[in-house]
Design a protein around this ligand. Structure first.
Ligand code: TYM
Length: 331
């Protein structure tokens, strides 16, 4: 059976990008593969969260995973920092990761721009930790959104290099995975790039957002002054609104607004209202489930403990093997 690994940083609540880029695939994959899904709390330290907030966010994402349909009976659901084996593998893989390749990583370059006062070593070696997460369970597939594609390529590179250096085949070369083949990129509401937690206020719609918050954010979404001639190509900001509709709205609704756009009679206000309504219909059942789960301390604790045990079983096997390969042998 195939092994699948993926994770999400608890730097904010789950947004529609996380859902459609990753979690939707997790829910399907748990039915057919040996899946390890985790909360990447080590990774979130690159932005220096307050200890109370860190724990609160880990709980929130755990409740959100469960609300989205991750079933601890079908997959291994755990918290990254519960696996010291990952930290060890991160250190070992780091010995064969080169400064040049880490410097070329696009997400590192983005972070330098986003947080110029906090360019820490954790940010720099972020892809190495991610590789450790994946390789510690010897995953062959990693369900992620398009923004993680380069990190996955680096993981393959590190796996391959380790195998070559030590003349072993201990690590498979994992592939980025989406059911529809193409990796998903969910746009944000600010007219530019992707939906994301660190892309600025109002850019992301969270599963946990109240209806009024969704309406307010969508109303503010960036648009243009409207088409001036029939069948005009759409500006990026408008294409974003259509792309978001594609995720949550009925095909007839999308067709209706496409026709209106092509006929130059589109009213963006109406379109946004419809998009907000469809997002609310989509997110409401999740929000309600999250609210119930987040208060169930005993259940969350039970899930986290069971996940930790299962994940460590697999992780400790790999680390034992790796130590032996490297040459750390007992006397
Ligand atoms: P993170 O926490 O930024 O995002 C979690 C998952 O959500 C996907 N995603 C998106 N997909 C499509 N469109 C978007 N706008 C969008 N925004 C987020 C991401 O692709 C990701 O799949 N480095 C990872 C966490 C991680 C990880 C791992 C993932 C740590 N170790 C090992 C896989 C395997 C991250 O920061 O994702």
């Amino acid at each position: 059976m195939e092994t699948i690994v993926s994770g999400i940083r608890p730097t904010g609540n789950l947004h529609l990008g996380n859902y459609f880029g990753a979690v939707k695939n997790f829910v399907r994959l748990q039915e057919q593969a040996n899946c390890y899904f985790f909360i990447a709390d080590y990774h979130s330290l690159t932005t220096h969260p307050h200890p109370d907030n860190l724990h609160k966010q880990v709980r929130q994402v755990l409740a959100e995973y469960l609300a989205c349909g991750l079933d601890p009976e079908k997959c291994t659901l755990f918290i990254q920092s519960d696996l010291p084996e990952t930290a060890e593998l991160y250190m070992l893989l780091g010995m064969n990761a080169y400064v040049g390749e880490l410097e070329r990583c696009t997400s590192f370059k983005d972070k330098i721009r986003q947080q110029p006062d906090n360019i820490n070593a954790g940010l720099f070696t972020y892809p190495v930790l991610m590789a450790a997460d994946i390789l510690i369970h010897k995953a062959s597939k990693v369900p992620v959104g398009k923004d993680q594609q380069q990190h996955l390529e680096m993981t393959r590179q590190f796996a391959n290099r380790f195998n070559r250096i030590y003349e072993t085949d201990v690590f498979p070369e994992p592939e980025a995975y989406n059911f529809g083949n193409e990796l998903v990129k969910v746009p944000g509401l600010d007219g530019s790039g992707k939906m994301g937690k660190s892309e600025g206020e109002g850019n992301a719609v969270f599963l946990f957002d109240e209806p009024e918050a969704i309406l307010k954010k969508v109303k503010k979404a960036v648009t243009d002054s409207g088409p001036t001639e029939p069948n005009q190509p759409k500006a990026a900001s408008i294409q974003n609104i259509f792309d978001l509709m594609n995720l949550v709205s009925q095909p007839e609704t999308i067709q209706f607004f496409n026709e209106q756009y092509d006929a130059c009679s589109i009213r963006y206000g109406d379109m946004k209202k419809q998009l907000a309504e469809d997002m609310i219909i989509f997110t409401t059942p999740y929000r309600e489930k999250i609210k119930t789960l987040i208060n169930d301390d005993a259940y969350l604790k039970k899930i986290a403990l069971a996940g930790k045990e299962k994940a460590r079983e697999s992780a400790s096997k790999t680390i034992k093997e790796v130590r032996e390969i490297i040459g750390f042998r007992s006397f």
